[in-house]
Design a protein around this ligand. Structure first.
Ligand code: FPP
Ligand code: MG
Length: 331
């Protein structure tokens, strides 16, 4: 059996597929050249702003692990990154965000109309490129993932400021808005390698678990991180009335008076620093961060177990590291 390489940092993972990620970077800008100057301007602003490229990495690593030829994932890596970027442009409009990846959000510079429309362009370009693959299974994986993505985002909208949001509701929301696209990245990687349906399904499930863990950690970081580390404002979920797992845990456990207090804070237009620190105190009291981290860790372990049935290789080692990195990251 081939010895599995040690991965100590996320850069070791990216180095393993450095050439393919570099080709994908060239593809991002290449596919966006049009005479309509606002399109490259806005899309390059967000695409070249230092995203982690986790989804392209998931796709390429899965494909290589299952025997796909080097280079054959470039176009689909761009497809996945374009879909992701389109959703971020739309999401920042919905959330009225002013910061993304340490820069002003596109909507804050060019306005909502331009952000939504360039998001539409990226989304359509993604499907235009995906069709070129002439692979119905890949198209199906992408189209059903984006449908569920929109569904997740709409469910989140419906649950805004709803203190009765349950952990089950929350799981449905994050599965849709985040996990299904990571699942599709892995599924597409497996489909490109032409691997058997059993492994395709397992890798889809690996991506789903990784995505669930990723979003739970994202939601924890919104309470625990600092703006400079995260590249976006913190405390935003509370401000927007988004009930995420640390707070859902509090609401499940809190005394009636504490619940009322949280409810008032969520319903208010403005969350003062005092309000935020009161909520943080409750999260500490009811161990909301520890509870959520344990949930994320369960998903990471489930993802890692699925890799046990995959052929041993440095790519499998990298996917194993990526799953662990998701819970240990600070941005
Ligand atoms: C980020 O969540 C949101 C998403 C990853 C999904 C957004 C999806 C849509 C707007 C709908 C679908 C759009 C298309 C083109 C199909 P967050 O707000 O919790 O994360 P953040 O803190 O990074 O903003
Ligand atoms: Mg947002």
């Amino acid at each position: 059996m081939q010895r599995e390489q040690e991965f100590n940092t996320i850069d070791d993972v990216f180095n393993l597929i450095r050439d393919e990620l570099r080709d994908a970077e060239a593809a991002y800008t290449g596919y966006l050249q049009t005479n309509v100057s606002l399109i490259p301007k806005i899309s390059e602003h967000i695409i070249l702003s230092g995203g982690k490229r986790l989804r392209p990495a998931l796709l390429i690593l899965t494909m290589r692990m299952l025997g796909g030829a080097p280079g054959s994932g470039t176009a689909l890596a761009a497809v996945i990154e374009f879909i992701h970027t389109a959703t971020l442009l739309h999401d920042d409009v919905v959330d009225e965000a002013d910061m993304r990846r340490g820069l002003a959000a596109a909507n804050a510079i060019w306005g909502n109309e331009a952000s939504v429309l360039v998001g539409d362009f990226l989304f359509s370009t993604a499907f235009d490129l995906a069709v070129d693959q002439r692979n119905i299974a890949i198209l199906k994986a992408l189209s059903s993932a984006t449908r569920r993505l929109a569904e997740g985002e709409i469910l989140e909208l419906m649950r805004t400021a709803d203190v009765d949001t349950t952990e089950t509701d929350y799981r449905k929301i994050i599965e849709g808005k985040t996990a299904v696209l990571m699942a599709a990245a892995c599924e597409c990687g497996a489909l490109l390698a032409g691997d058997d349906p059993g492994r395709q399904e397992k890798m889809r499930s690996y991506g789903l678990h990784a995505g669930m863990a990723f979003q739970i950690i994202d939601d924890i970081l919104d309470y625990t991180s600092r703006e400079e580390a995260l590249g976006k404002s913190i405390g935003i979920d509370l401000e927007e009335g988004k009930l995420t797992l640390p707070l859902i845990r509090v609401l499940e456990q809190a005394a009636p008076a504490e619940r009322e207090r949280v409810r008032d804070i969520i319903l208010a237009d403005f969350v003062s620093p005092e309000d935020f620190s009161q909520v943080l105190d409750l999260i500490r009291k009811y161990r909301g961060i520890e509870f959520s981290t344990a949930r994320a860790t369960e998903h990471v372990e489930a993802a890692r177990e699925l890799l046990a049935d995959m052929p041993a290789s440095p790519y499998r080692g990298a996917l194993d590291f990526l799953a662990r990195y998701i819970v240990n990251r600070d941005r």
